[in-house]
Every structure is written in C-alpha cells, then in structure tokens.
Write a protein that binds this ligand. Structure first.
Ligand code: HEC
Length: 157
C-alpha cells in the first residue's frame, strides 16, 4: 500500500510540474489564407468546411479547445498541428508550385474518400467535422475545378 501511495504522489507531482510547460501555440492574426482563397476561390459552403474542419491542423491558426491548457494534452495536440502543417498548410499556399498545389488538392480528395481526414480523434470532439456526403461532393467539385486551372497553367509554362 505504501509503495502505491508513493507512486500516486510521484505521478501527481509530475502532472503538476508538467503544467508549467507549454508548447508554442499556432496562432496567426489577419488573413493568413489569403493566397489560397484568392487562387482556388472556394464557394462559401466549402470555405466554411475547410475553416471549421481542416484549418486547425492545416493552417497557421488553430482554434484551441479549453483542454489544450492541460499537459500532456497540449503536447499531443501540438504534435498533430505540426505534422498536419508539414504535409499541407493552406497558409503557406504561396510557397507551393502549381504542380504541388495540384497534387495537394488531389490528396485532399483522397484523404476524404479514404475517411482519413479529418483525423478520427478530431471528429470525436468536433461534431461539425463529421462531413456529410453532400459536403464531400461540394469539396470534390471545387477541387476538380481548381486542379484544372493549375494543370492548364502548368501546360502553358
Ligand atoms: C487534428 C488535426 C487534423 C485535422 C483537423 C485535419 N488533418 Fe489532415 N493531417 C493531419 C496530420 C497529423 C497529417 C499527417 C499525416 C498523418 O499523420 O496521417 C495530415 C495529413 C493530411 C494530408 C496529406 C496526406 C498525405 O498523404 O500526405 C491531407 C491532404 C490532409 N491532411 C487533408 C485534410 C483535410 C482536407 C482536412 C479537413 C477536412 C484535414 N486534413 C483535417 C492532421 C489533421
């Protein structure tokens, strides 16, 4: 019993100490996806879906839930955002070539079709991130259109 009490105390101390450490937050002021929006011109319904279900991990601005104030959850979320942005960052659109943009959009549809995105863990806590078939169709239409524009630009280069 004594040993259990010691372990419990150690864990509690570790938890409390961990609260003093915070990962840097992914926050941006202003219109951080301006280039992306201007170039791909998503219809309002698609723009809202991207904002509410993808930007948290794929842009320079995350809307953090209250539990992000608690370690180790904060570190876990921070890793998701870092990994997500490494693969696709709508705020970094201007840095991608037309070919890359075309490919990223292709992947958007692939991840939706495979049910990979948004991440399962995310949809547990974000009800609006469970996309309906209709929302997916609207995204696909917009992707087809935008990809065609990038492919045409590529042909002309
Ligand atoms: C909770 C964080 C999170 C959310 C929300 C999220 N993603 Fe991701 N996304 C990731 C991570 C992390 C990766 C890196 C690959 C992996 O770990 O599966 C990724 C990778 C990707 C990739 C690249 C896949 C590849 O094969 O390289 C695409 C495309 C993508 N996400 C699209 C989306 C779209 C579209 C949405 C919204 C509908 C979305 N994601 C929402 C975290 C997220």
């Amino acid at each position: 019993m004594k040993i259990l009490k010691k372990i419990a105390t150690a864990l509690l101390v570790a938890f409390v100490v961990a609260q003093f450490f915070r990962p840097t937050q992914n926050k941006s002021l202003g219109n951080h996806t301006k280039v992306f929006i201007a170039e791909t011109n998503p219809p309002e319904k698609v723009r809202v879906v991207l904002e509410q279900t993808c930007y948290d991990c794929h842009s320079d601005n995350t809307n953090y839930p209250w539990y992000n104030n608690i370690a180790p959850v904060s570190f876990w979320l921070s890793k998701h955002v870092r990994d997500g942005k490494k693969h696709l960052n709508f705020s970094d659109w201007a840095t991608y070539s037309d070919k890359e943009k075309d490919h990223k959009l292709e992947e958007v549809v692939e991840t939706l079709d495979n049910g990979e995105m948004p991440l399962k863990e995310y949809t547990w806590t974000h009800e609006q991130a469970k996309l309906t078939e209709n929302q997916k169709i609207l995204i696909k239409e917009w992707v087809l259109h935008s990809r065609a524009l990038y492919q045409l630009k590529n042909l002309r280069q």
